[in-house]
Design a protein around this ligand. Structure first.
Ligand code: PGA
Length: 240
C-alpha cells in the first residue's frame, strides 16, 4: 500500500491528478465511484478541473459501489441522487454511462449481474473508496467473504447510526443495501482510498498495519498490488 499524507487540500489535489492522468491516457476509462462525505472535496475538484477543460469524462464510464435497498434515484438519500447532485451534474460524463447498483434487486443472483456489467465494460480502472469506522469498504461490513461479488447486505447498527444524520430518524434509515463485493473491488486495476479526520485514525492504523483479515475489510486491500491511501494528517496521526 502506498500512503500519501498531507493537508486535505493537498491530498485531494493529488488524488484529482490521478483522474487527470488516467483520462488523458485512457479517455474511456472505467471509474469506480463512492458516496459519503469523504469524496465530496475530490468531486468538487474534479468538477472544477472539468469546467476549466483540464479533464473530460465524455467517454468515461462509472460504476458506483453501493445503493440502499428500497430507495429509487429520486429519493434524496439514494446514492444515485447523491452522485447526480455532487458529481454528474457538474461534469461532462454521459448519464447513460453512469451506473449505480439498483436498490430493487430481489436476491444476490440478480445483484451479481452488476459484476457482469462491470466486466462487459472492461473492468474498473480506478476504484475510489472511503472507509467506515469499522473498516467497511462500500457496504462490505466486517466478516464479508473475500470472494464476495455484488450482493445484498444487512447493515450493521453502527453503520445505520453513522448514516442516520442524513435521515429524519433512525427508523427511516434502510436496513439493507446492495454493494459491490470485496472480490469486485479487488478486481479493479488501481484503488484509491481516502480518509480524513481523527475519527478515522484508528481504523486507518488497522488497515495499514494490521494483518489483512476479513474482520477489517479495508485491511484486505494490502493484498492488492496497486492501492494508494490519501490521508490528511489527522487520519494518519497514529500511523507509526
Ligand atoms: P464517510 O463514510 O465518507 O461519510 O466517512 C465512509 C464510509 O462509510 O464508507
Amino acid at each position: 500500500m502506498k500512503v500519501i499524507v498531507g493537508t486535505k487540500e493537498e491530498v485531494v489535489s493529488q488524488a484529482a491528478q490521478r483522474y487527470v492522468d488516467l483520462l488523458a491516457k485512457k479517455p474511456d476509462a472505467v471509474l469506480g465511484l463512492a458516496t459519503g462525505s469523504t469524496p465530496l472535496g475530490l468531486y468538487a475538484e474534479l468538477a472544477r478541473l472539468c469546467a476549466e477543460g483540464k479533464l473530460s469524462f465524455a467517454e468515461a464510464k462509472s460504476f458506483n459501489l453501493d445503493e440502499y435497498i428500497g430507495l429509487d434515484g429520486t429519493h434524496d438519500q439514494s446514492y444515485r441522487y447523491f452522485m447526480d447532485r455532487n458529481l454528474f451534474d457538474h461534469i461532462d460524463i454521459k448519464r447513460e454511462n453512469t451506473h449505480v447498483p439498483s436498490g430493487f434487486v430481489k436476491d444476490d443472483a440478480e445483484a451479481e449481474r452488476y459484476d457482469a456489467e462491470i466486466a462487459a465494460a472492461g473492468g474498473i480502472d480506478l476504484q475510489l473508496l472511503g472507509i467506515g469506522h469499522n473498516g467497511h469498504i462500500g457496504f462490505n461490513e466486517p466478516l464479508t467473504p473475500f470472494t464476495s461479488l455484488t450482493h445484498i447486505v444487512k447493515l450493521t447498527e453502527s453503520t445505520r447510526e453513522a448514516n442516520k444524520r442524513f435521515f429524519k430518524s433512525i427508523d427511516e434509515v434502510p436496513t439493507h443495501a446492495v454493494t459491490m463485493g470485496i472480490h469486485t473491488v479487488m478486481q479493479s486495476r488501481s484503488i484509491i482510498l481516502m480518509a480524513f479526520g481523527e475519527g478515522k485514525a484508528d481504523i486507518i492504523r488497522k488497515t495499514v498495519m494490521g494483518r489483512p483479515e476479513i474482520s477489517v475489510p479495508a485491511s484486505l486491500l494490502q493484498l492488492h498490488e496497486d492501492v494508494t491511501l490519501y490521508l490528511d494528517h489527522e487520519a494518519a496521526s497514529v500511523l507509526n
